[in-house]
Design a binder for this molecule. Structure first.
Ligand code: NAD
Ligand code: ZN
Ligand code: ZN
Length: 386
């Protein structure tokens, strides 16, 4: 079959690889009908999360069940499903506590040197050997392990585009807001008007925010945040967002600030922009900026991925402001059924952020344009079987 293989940073190609097969009795093989590229894939693409051997990438996918293992209970060939991006057993301590991204049984790989890069933790599809070494779904077919726990059936009344983002980015945006425990009436500021940021903005409204602010430097993405998520927007290259947010909130700062950027935000860009708005170099790093932009006693919720040791962390400021900090990979299994309900009831629309729909054979070009934010690229969806 054809699949997108990571070879080394910036080199991903559509290769012919062996078809996946049932390896365990609770596996299924899925024929992938839609798959997307995520900002998280860019960390691997850009070499920020290491991967040595070639690997099939992709953790946002859905499709039709092709084959089931002997122990599969609720699925059969022909069923249409979406698949959460974390691979989780459904039975361990963490899975029972709705923490599927910390499953004890899906990842037997450890980071080298006593987990310096990563302690033992859950696996993700197509996300390096540190995350379990499983092949991903940017492919014609994919093996889905623990398939009694992850996949959710989708009926024919919903299109792939309407539900594909239940695999990751909508539950991720939702997690960021859920972790902040909104009571209603809050101002929520979201750093990053990429796919995850815009999903967090949509979630903020649904959870009772009274004001939603998006921050980015790409005008076309700020426009998506305005149109698709009804956010007010700030360009961090033109203004110091923390200052503007304080002006907008009676001098206090936002009640909740979400980092939907992560380490991808490149430091040269920050440093250039920092000069422009007369800030100290490095202060436009999204996480530090989030700490500045939140009000005293507020919450900073981090879904942007930080894959390595992160130093120069502003603990003094966090302590003085009495902040609550929360973050991590989204426990998709916890939220997906509720969120599917919201999509089905038309309380939220997820497909209006798709900028590119392409066949699988265009996927290496798609990585390039999504990474470089070319051609007003917001979110790419690929259809491996046309
Ligand atoms: P993306 O790269 O498409 O979007 C990131 C956006 O941030 C871009 O529009 C960029 O211009 C903007 N940006 C860069 N620096 C900024 C700054 N200092 N302030 C404000 N905006 C800035 O990526 P995405 O797909 O939207 O993903 C965003 C982040 O979320 C990534 O780090 C990704 O790995 C992470 N993610 C996490 C989870 C999770 O479970 N926690 C799941 C999916 C994605
Ligand atoms: Zn993703
Ligand atoms: Zn588990």
């Amino acid at each position: 079959m054809k699949a997108l293989v990571f070879h080394r940073p910036k080199k991903v190609t559509l290769d012919t690889v062996p078809d996946p097969i049932i390896e365990k009795n609770n596996d299924i093989i899925l024929k992938v009908t839609s798959t997307a590229i995520c900002g998280s894939d860019l960390h691997i693409y850009n070499g920020l999360i290491p991967q040595v051997r070639p690997m099939v990438m992709g953790h946002e996918f859905m499709g039709v069940v092709e084959e089931v293992g002997k122990d599969i209970k609720h699925l059969k060939r022909g069923d249409r499903v979406v698949v959460p991006f974390p691979i989780a057993c459904g039975q361990c301590f963490f899975c029972e506590h709705q923490l599927s991204t910390h499953c004890e049984n899906s990842n037997s790989n450890y980071g080298p040197e006593g987990g310096l890069l990563r302690e033992k933790g859950a696996a993700l599809f197509g996300y390096t050997d540190l995350y379990g070494g499983y092949s991903g779904g940017q492919a014609e077919y994919v093996r889905v392990p623990f398939a009694n726990f992850g996949p959710r059936k989708i009926d024919q009344s919903l299109t792939d585009d309407q539900v594909l983002f239940l695999t990751d980015i909508f539950p991720t945006g939702w997690s960021a807001v859920d972790w902040a425990d909104l009571k209603g009436g809050e101002t929520v500021a979201v750093f990053g008007c990429g796919p995850v940021g815009v999903m967090a903005m949509k979630a903020a409204w649904l959870k009772g925010a009274k004001r939603v602010i998006g921050i980015d430097h790409l005008p076309y993405r700020m426009e998506v945040a305005q149109k698709s998520a009804k956010a007010e927007v700030i360009n961090f290259k033109e203004h110091d967002p923390a200052e503007i947010i304080r002006e907008m909130t009676g001098g206090r700062g936002a009640d909740v600030v979400i980092d939907a950027v992560g380490m991808e935000a490149d430091r040269t860009l920050f440093d250039k922009a920092a000069q422009f708005v007369h800030l100290e170099a490095g202060t436009l790093n999204a996480l530090k900026m989030a700490v500045r932009a939140v009000r005293r006693g507020g919450v900073v919720s981090v879904v942007g991925v930080y894959g390595t040791t992160y130093d120069n962390f502003p603990w003094g400021q966090i302590f003085d402001k009495g902040l609550r900090l929360v973050g991590g990979q989204a426990p998709v299994h916890k939220y997906i059924d509720e969120l599917l309900g919201l999509v089905r009831d038309k309380k939220v629309f997820l497909d209006d952020i798709i900028s590119h729909r392409l066949p699988l054979d265009k996927i290496s070009e798609a990585y390039h344009i999504f990474n470089n934010k070319e051609d007003k690229c917001m979110k790419v969806v690929l259809k491996p079987h046309g």
